[in-house]
Ligand binder design. Structure first.
Ligand code: FAD
Length: 455
């Protein structure tokens, strides 16, 4: 039941069992455990007496290709290649774009399995693959607990509506996963020159990627690292997650977002692991599930059904209207992108948040809200603020270029939120202030951590 509800056939062709192998083109789900695309590929391989071949395309032409992202991704990929080798499955790394890779390797495959991805460009790639080959292409909703189209067939405006839909069925999806292996091995198959190097550095030297966004030492990519963080979180932080998760001076978040973004770990595995030590009804577990499943899957619903998810146009009409009404309100400060990018504003809290982002590759959740709200106040128009928020978020956050980023930024502009009482610049969109930070937290501690650090 679980696998079937995740799979969608996206073209009209059948499986051609006269061909050589089942092809799995890995992209969004860079892991073996709790990988339902791999599970499907192995199932089809065993039913058709074929081996499985896994293809991973590396392109240096993707948005904000920079060393920060590639270092993290390749750290994970090199370990993954070794793990596939141990399973007797060929994991072929190819330099080039996703579509041409899937099509080229698809010529000899009985059918193709793809991870679902939710952003418009990745969805376009999948349609192109489905159109360009003459065998069945299956897409697997692999990185959510409840598949997007099971959850809803329309854009959901509020988190509580998503919560009401998810909670009654969530346990159906929290099924233990066992890695299956194909009966026929593929590790001996020869596909010519592979884009393979022994070290991450060699990849970075051989890819034409931006060097201006520095790599970070705070996060190392890969499933093993995600598991280490998960174990530390379960045993040292989860007991106080509800109370402290919003406090930027304390480190009580799980820090799993970069791993979730690259698909190094599945949200289903995270919850199943937590449930080995805590009950589902524990308030801290409930609070964590609310973020990991409700808000994260609301974000996937948002980008799946709202074609303007990464644009100012995508926010609700009431929010656009009220922001427009106040777009000529006088702004006390106006900053350029360069000022903002370099953390040069009058506000030490905001500068520290931007520095946390530059230096660690991950800003604390509470500060992300404050950070994006202030952009509305300090730029000429709300549209400019929205674009700058997306630009900086996608450029520097290790978990950036993700549905959560577009949903999080849109939330700061009124999405999934209610109107508040009218005020300058923000109109009826929720406002956040430095005073609020001071009242809620010992916020100067946060500033102390970053103010003297150099990027
Ligand atoms: P934890 O508190 O440990 O939460 C666990 C997981 O739950 C996270 O990894 C994430 O997958 C999910 N989650 C937590 N909070 C949210 C949320 N508000 N919305 C959706 N999912 C959530 N998240 C990203 O993954 N990528 C982004 O680019 C991103 N940009 C954001 C921009 C803004 C302006 C805002 C307000 C939020 C943004 N978020 C983004 C959401 C959130 O801040 C991060 O997911 C969270 O801080 C990641 O840290 P963590 O893994 O330690 O979180």
């Amino acid at each position: 039941m679980v696998l079937e509800t995740r799979v969608k056939k996206i073209n009209g062709y059948g499986i051609d069992s006269s061909r050589d192998y089942i092809l799995y083109c890995m992209e969004a789900s860079q892991r073996i455990n709790y990988n339902y695309s791999l599970l499907l590929a192995v199932k089809l391989a065993n039913e058709n007496n074929k081996p499985v071949v896994v293809l991973f395309n590396i392109t240096d032409r993707y948005k904000h290709s920079n060393i920060r992202y590639y270092k993290f991704m390749i750290e994970g990929i090199l370990k993954l290649r070794k793990d596939f080798e141990d399973l007797g499955i060929k994991f072929f790394i190819r330099k080039g774009d996703y579509v041409s890779g899937c099509v080229e390797f698809g010529k000899k495959s009985c059918c193709i399995v793809l991870d679902r991805n939710y952003l418009s460009l990745q969805r376009k790639w999948r349609s192109e693959v489905a159109r360009s080959v003459d065998v069945a292409v299956f897409e697997v909703d692999n990185d959510v607990v409840v598949p997007v189209e099971v959850l809803s067939n329309k854009e959901e405006p509020y988190a509580y509506l998503v919560r009401n839909k998810i909670m009654p069925i969530i346990k159906n999806y929290l099924v233990e996963f066992e890695v299956q292996t194909p009966s026929i091995k593929s590790d001996h198959l020869d596909f010519g020159d592979e884009f393979y190097f022994n070290t991450v550095q060699e990849y970075l030297d051989n890819l034409n990627i931006g060097k201006s966004v520095k790599p970070v030492s705070s996060f190392v990519g890969g499933y093993d690292e995600a598991r280490k963080r998960l174990t530390g979180f379960i045993h040292n932080k989860l007991h106080s997650y509800k109370e402290y998760r919003s406090d930027p001076t304390k480190d009580f978040q799980s820090n799993l977002s970069p791993y979730l973004h690259f698909g190094n770990i599945s949200p289903v595995e995270i919850i199943n692991e937590i449930l080995k030590f805590h009950s589902f009804d524990d308030p801290n577990v409930q609070s964590y599930v609310n973020e990991l499943v409700v808000w994260r899957e609301l974000a996937r619903n948002f980008v799946f059904y709202n074609p303007n998810y990464n644009k100012y146009e995508g926010i609700p009409d009431w929010a656009k209207q009220t922001l427009e009404e106040h777009s000529r309100d006088e702004r006390e400060y106006i900053y350029t992108l360069e000022d903002l990018e370099n953390a040069r504003t009058h506000d030490k809290y905001w500068n520290s948040a931007q520095k946390e982002l530059l230096i660690t590759g991950k800003m604390h959740n509470y500060m992300r809200m404050y950070w994006a709200k202030k952009l509305i106040e300090w730029t000429r128009t709300p549209r400019e603020a929205f674009d700058i928020a997306c630009y900086l978020n996608d450029k520097y956050e290790l978990d950036g270029r993700d549905p959560n980023g577009y949903a999080g930024i849109s939330w700061c502009f009124g999405s999934f939120d209610r109107p508040f009482s009218e005020r300058k610049i923000f109109g009826r969109v929720r406002y956040m202030s430095a005073n609020g930070l001071q009242k809620k937290f010992d916020i100067d501690k946060y500033v102390e951590k970053y103010e003297n650090q150099k990027y």
